[in-house]
Design a protein around this ligand. Structure first.
Ligand code: ZN
Length: 465
């Protein structure tokens, strides 16, 4: 008799972070994604709970993509004794290396500050993991090609392009008769730079993300018109534009779009500065992997940005802030929660001529969300900073499929799934998508809860034993 196959949801239930799905094949354990919980404190505290199974008993990890909410728990697994391999595409391995090292450094820094400041409520604060754990994880990366069944001993895994960020994929497992598909994060039907997502072979069980399950992305008549308008009116009044952006993918997409807008003469050739070491490291990866790009996009489209300056070091960054002419600055973090963007905010927010142009998702409780909600001041490093600058938004850059594009992805699967588990969404988004998938596709939908475990293989018939 075939071994029972179960699936347990260890994250990304009722929330968009912490993606971790445990597949058990008899005594064997495979983890699909190893994401950190991020955002609100009650979520972040989940990172400190040990997994329900011994990390050392997990045989291997399969990653859909490099974003921290899918990969940055990996070093914690190594800290807890995991010693297996980590399987993913080459693009994911390259970007995850940057993300894991950055995450480890950040945690070591926070612990150091807590020790110095004596403000931790723990007697001996320690990081969730350190640089050594991140390095151990990176050494265990094994890379795969897209669209090939990889034999992992008793089951196969297949990565299909997801068009979300460089290297991103959906992962399909075939374990005897049991087939299950993990969507990972899905891109829009078309990505500005990357090859579009593909349709993986269908499976009986499907886990589908639902980040924008309750929203459609706007389609302006002229592409990026809100960006063009915001830049032009700001430069005309002698101000600068700050574009907060996540260092990986969003920054590279913004560079590509700005270069295109310059070429088309839709924005002036004012200086464009990308400020952040992580952004520049990620750009190197994009430069090295042109095979991931759309056919009509080449590396020259990035490097063709006129009047461009990169600020890798802290000194470069200070020099940028000493400049006074109208300019465009791209800096992270994308939700204004940390990083060099804070120094630019302190400098630009109090002056009416400037603009902060938001191009990404702003979670509840972040400074980015406060600005969009019309805050008159924001607190940065303990000080209140007046908001007199214009706050603008362009929602065309989303790296995530909207509700219709999620339904389209599910509709294209052949054979059609029997059961769809909606994960990676706030409750309102998942519930809205649940109704659409049931009405439009007639599929069974389940919204799993944290820790829930389901049997994927057939129950043995009563006379089996
Ligand atoms: Zn993602």
């Amino acid at each position: 008799m075939a071994e029972p196959v179960t699936l347990q949801f260890l994250g990304a239930t009722g929330a968009v972070t912490g993606s971790k799905f445990l597949v058990e094949i008899g005594p064997r354990r495979i983890l699909v994604d190893a994401g950190m919980f991020q955002g609100e404190k009650n979520l972040r505290e989940l990172n400190w709970q040990r997994l329900p199974v011994d990390a050392a008993s997990i045989e291997r990890v399969l990653l859909t993509h490099a974003h921290a909410d899918h990969s940055a728990y990996l070093p914690a697994l190594f800290d807890q004794g995991f010693r297996g391999d980590v399987w993913c595409t080459e693009g994911t391995a390259r970007l995850a290396e940057i993300i894991l090292l950055d995450s480890a450094k950040l945690q070591e820094l926070e612990t150091e500050e807590a020790l110095l400041g004596g403000y931790s409520r723990h007697t001996a604060p320690r990081p969730l993991y350190g640089t050594g754990d991140a390095e151990r994880a990176i050494e265990r990366f094994r890379t795969v090609d897209y669209d090939r069944d990889i034999d992992l001993g008793g089951f196969t895994a297949r990565w299909t392009r997801a068009g979300h960020i460089l290297g991103s994929a959906s992962v399909r497992l075939q374990i005897g008769d049991v087939s299950v598909l993990f969507s990972g994060d899905l891109g829009r039907a078309d990505h500005p730079i990357l090859d579009s997502r593909d349709v993986p072979p269908g499976t009986r069980w499907v886990l589908c993300e639902s980040t924008y399950g309750d929203r459609e992305h706007p389609e302006p008549e002229l592409p990026y018109e809100p960006t063009v308008a915001a830049i032009n009116r700001t430069i005309e009044r002698g101000g600068s534009v700050l574009m907060p952006a996540f260092a990986i993918d969003r920054t590279q997409t913004l560079m590509y779009v700005l270069a295109r807008l310059q070429r088309e003469g839709r924005i002036p050739d004012v200086p464009v500065i990308v400020d952040g070491p992580m952004s520049m490291h990620a750009l190197d990866v994009y430069r090295d992997m042109p095979e991931e790009f759309r056919e009509d996009v080449s590396i020259d489209d990035f490097t063709g940005l006129r009047n461009f300056t990169e600020a890798r070091t802290g000194r470069d960054s200070r020099k940028v802030r000493e400049r006074t002419e109208p300019r465009i600055i791209i800096s992270s973090s994308g939700m204004l929660e940390g990083g060099r963007v804070l120094s630019h905010l302190e400098q630009l927010l109090p002056h009416r001529e400037n603009t902060v142009l938001i191009t990404g998702y702003q979670a509840e409780g972040t400074r980015g969300r406060q600005l969009l909600d019309g805050a008159k001041h924001v607190k940065i490093r303990g000080a209140h900073v007046r908001v007199r600058a214009e706050i603008a938004e362009d929602r065309q850059y989303s790296g995530h499929a909207d509700a219709s594009e999620l339904v389209d992805w599910l509709r294209a699967l052949d054979p059609a799934p029997e059961t769809v588990f909606l994960v990676h969404g706030e409750p309102a988004a998942s519930t809205a998508l649940e109704a659409r998938v049931e009405d439009e596709l007639g599929l069974d939908v389940v919204l799993p809860t944290l820790g829930e475990k389901v049997l994927l293989s057939e129950r043995p018939a009563p006379d089996d034993d």
